[in-house]
Design a protein around this ligand. Structure first.
Ligand SMILES: Nc1nc2c(ncn2[C@@H]2O[C@H](COP(=O)(O)OP(=O)(O)OP(=O)(O)O)[C@@H](O)[C@H]2O)c(=O)[nH]1
Ligand SMILES: [Mg+2]
Length: 302
């Protein structure tokens, strides 16, 4: 919504020069700032205010929803001096109507088509609840898909796989920031908001941008929301790893990290040595499927 303090937050966190004003709809174009967190940076983009009817094309609705669809995660913001619950429900419903879910569904499917005759393979570690891999192969072959990676997470039905072929539903991890904690009536409004949302699914952070309350935790919350880890590559023979981490998805394996570092490290991979949280002891020798953790140092051997 407008006037909730989006520009105030962007400016407080990143130092970006966004115009702050009590006039409605001050920010008209996406405005960018960089938030340093530990040894990485997050790019924050203030979108113009999302209003009721945005998903039907009102105001800059389509552009804002397009921005949301292309982001890694969303920070929704509401105003504790107004009606934060109504605003949150409006935001959720406009996003949903645009095919953007902000709560993680029980199961997720992505069918990645491949060329060549490699067949249909299942990846991602989810479970099929009402069908077998052969049923999935039969379903896909009805759609002339004979070679694909079917990526599943959580509990997945044959219907969900069929639907995924048509719909453009997407999930974006989301944080809810409730601003103006200093305003009269804020504690009561915050209590109402707390009751209505599931904070395990959507973390709620009360803040006051003006009084600089609650802002220190936001970097950490964004890091957790994105489910990323930092991995530091080290050359064999060097004492210290690169100071700049490789930022990859939580649950990534050694070979996936190698692929992102350099195609040669992927092609000619023999084994790796690991120091840090995922290593049983410093310098542990591991194979390609070893799962990395945040803060690991990795040395790849060819
Ligand atoms: N009381 C109080 N007022 C705040 C706080 N943060 C921002 N404001 C005020 O709220 C008004 C709107 O702030 P902006 O940061 O411009 O809000 P916005 O969401 O970017 O607004 P638009 O870009 O116009 O949609 C300004 O008058 C701010 O001074 C806060 O923590 N407490
Ligand atoms: Mg603004």
């Amino acid at each position: 919504p407008t006037n909730v303090g989006k520009s105030s937050l962007l400016t407080s966190l990143t130092g970006a020069k966004a115009e702050i004003s009590q006039v409605d709809v001050t920010t008209r174009r996406p405005t960018v700032g960089m938030l340093p967190y530990k040894d990485i940076q997050f790019q924050l983009v203030e979108a113009p205010a999302l209003v009721e009817g945005a998903s039907d094309g009102r105001m800059e609705g389509p552009q804002i929803l397009g921005l949301a669809r292309n982001s890694d995660g969303l920070i929704l913001m509401v105003d504790l001096s107004g009606d934060p619950l109504r605003d949150f429900n409006m935001l959720r419903s406009e996003l949903e109507r645009a095919g953007i879910m902000i709560e993680k569904p029980e199961g997720e499917v992505e069918v990645i088509r491949r060329s060549g005759g490699a067949g249909v393979q299942m990846i991602g570690g989810g479970t099929l609840v009402d069908c077998t891999l052969d049923d999935v192969r039969r379903l896909l072959s009805n759609y002339r898909i004979n070679s694909a990676l079917v990526k599943i997470r959580g509990k997945v039905t044959l219907d969900m796989i069929e639907e995924s072929l048509f719909s453009s539903l997407t999930f974006k991890p989301t944080i809810l920031i409730a601003n103006k904690l200093d305003a009269p009536g804020a504690p009561e409004n915050l209590a109402r908001l707390r009751e209505a949302i599931d904070e395990d699914k959507i973390p709620l952070i009360p803040v006051s941008c003006n009084r600089r309350i609650g802002l220190e935790d936001i970097g950490h919350q964004i890091f957790r929301m994105l489910r990323i880890i930092r991995v530091y590559a080290k050359e064999p023979g060097e004492k210290k790893p690169s100071p700049k981490p490789l930022v990859i998805e939580e649950g990534s394996t050694v070979i996936e990290a190698a692929k992102k570092l350099h195609s040669k490290l992927y092609r000619e991979f023999k084994y790796a040595r690991i120091w840090g949280p995922s290593a049983k002891y410093p310098g542990q020798r591991v194979g390609s499927n070893h799962i990395l953790m945040d803060g690991d140092i990795i040395e790849i051997r060819l």
